[in-house]
Design a protein around this ligand. Structure first.
Ligand SMILES: [Zn+2]
Length: 292
C-alpha cells in the first residue's frame, strides 16, 4: 500500500510540476477512534486528512493548514488540520441517526461552506473560500486551486475506513498555467484507480503512471496524529467570558467548568479557584496548572 503514515514529495525533472503522495493508517485510526462515525463519514474524514497533509507538503513556512466545512445537511462540521511537521487531526459532527446515502459532498453538506486556512507560526493568517459545488472533495479542491490560485492542480483521494491515501500533482507557481505537458500528466494521473492508490507503494504508483518521465522522489517524512490542545489554550478560550460569568457557570456545573477537546477528548477542568487565578495573574495561568 502507499507507505502508511508517511508523506513523500516529488518533483518532475523536465516539467514544471511538483507533487506529493501520502498514506495514513495509524493516524487515520486515531481520528476514527474518537467517535462512532458512520461509514460514509469515515471515508470522508480519511479523504480530508489526506488532503490537508498534501496541502501542507507545499508549505514553505512553519505553521498549519486546515480545511473546515460547515453544512446544514446530515454533516454539520468537518475539519482537518496538518502542521508543517506532519501532525494531523480531524473531526466531524453529524446528525445522529442514519446518514443519507448521498455520495455527493454537496448533498452531505447542504448549503455548506468550506474554508482553507493557512496559519503561519509567525505572520498573517490566510483564508480562502472553497466552493462546495462538486461531487467530491477533490473536485472542490481542484476547482479552488485553478480558479482562486491560478494553479492547475490534480488531487486524488481515497479512503476505506482502514487506510487513507492521496496524491497531489501541481504546476509550479512560477511556471504559469496550463500546457500540453500538464494535460499529459493529468491524463495519466486519471488512470490511477482508488484501489491502486490505497494498495500500491509510492514507487510502483509512480512507475505505473510516469515511467516515461523523470520523477524525483524526496525522502519520506513520518506523519502522526497529534492534538496540540492544552490547558492554557482552553483557559484562553474561556477568557472570552467575564470572571463573574465563568464563576456562575462553574457553580451551575457543580463547582467546576469542564472543557473537553473535541479532537482528542482530553478533559480540562477549572474550578472556582482556577477561574479566579486566571483573572488575577494578568489573565495567565499559573505554571502549576490546576491548583488541585
Ligand atoms: Zn486535544
Amino acid at each position: 500500500m502507499s507507505s502508511p503514515d508517511q508523506i513523500q514529495r516529488l518533483l518532475f525533472d523536465d516539467i514544471d510540476v511538483r507533487g506529493a503522495i501520502v498514506g495514513l493508517d495509524k493516524a487515520y485510526a486515531e481520528v476514527l477512534a474518537r467517535a462512532d462515525y458512520p461509514e460514509r463519514l469515515q471515508i470522508l474524514l480519511g479523504e480530508l486528512l489526506a488532503a490537508v497533509a498534501l496541502l501542507t507538503s507545499n508549505l514553505k513556512i512553519e505553521g498549519r493548514v486546515s480545511l473546515q466545512a460547515q453544512g446544514e445537511g446530515a454533516v454539520r462540521i468537518l475539519m482537518a488540520e496538518a502542521t508543517h511537521d506532519n501532525h494531523v487531526r480531524a473531526i466531524a459532527r453529524f446528525d445522529e441517526g442514519e446518514l443519507p446515502d448521498a455520495e455527493r459532498l454537496d448533498e452531505l453538506l447542504q448549503n455548506g461552506r468550506m474554508a482553507l486556512t493557512i496559519e503561519p507560526k509567525d505572520g498573517q493568517r490566510y483564508q480562502g473560500v472553497v466552493s462546495l459545488e462538486g461531487a467530491t472533495l477533490s473536485d472542490c479542491l481542484e476547482r479552488y486551486f485553478s480558479q482562486s490560485e491560478q494553479l492547475p492542480t490534480k488531487i486524488q483521494l481515497a479512503a476505506d475506513g482502514k487506510h487513507a491515501a492521496g496524491m497531489l500533482t501541481q504546476v509550479l507557481p512560477a511556471a504559469g498555467t496550463g500546457s500540453a505537458d500538464w494535460e499529459h500528466i493529468v491524463a495519466l494521473a486519471q488512470t490511477l484507480k482508488s484501489e491502486e492508490l490505497l494498495q500500491l507503494d509510492n514507487e510502483t504508483i509512480l512507475y505505473r503512471l510516469y515511467h516515461e518521465e523523470t520523477v524525483r522522489l524526496f525522502e519520506s517524512e513520518d506523519l502522526i496524529f497529534n492534538c496540540d490542545c492544552s490547558r492554557e489554550r482552553s483557559a484562553n478560550a474561556m477568557q472570552m467570558m467575564t470572571q463573574d460569568e465563568l464563576l456562575e457557570l462553574a457553580e451551575e456545573q457543580g463547582g467546576a467548568i469542564e472543557m473537553s477537546c473535541q479532537f482528542c477528548n482530553e478533559l480540562y477542568s477549572f474550578d472556582t479557584a482556577d477561574i479566579r487565578a486566571l483573572f488575577h495573574n494578568d489573565g495567565r495561568l499559573n505554571d502549576e496548572g490546576s491548583l488541585h
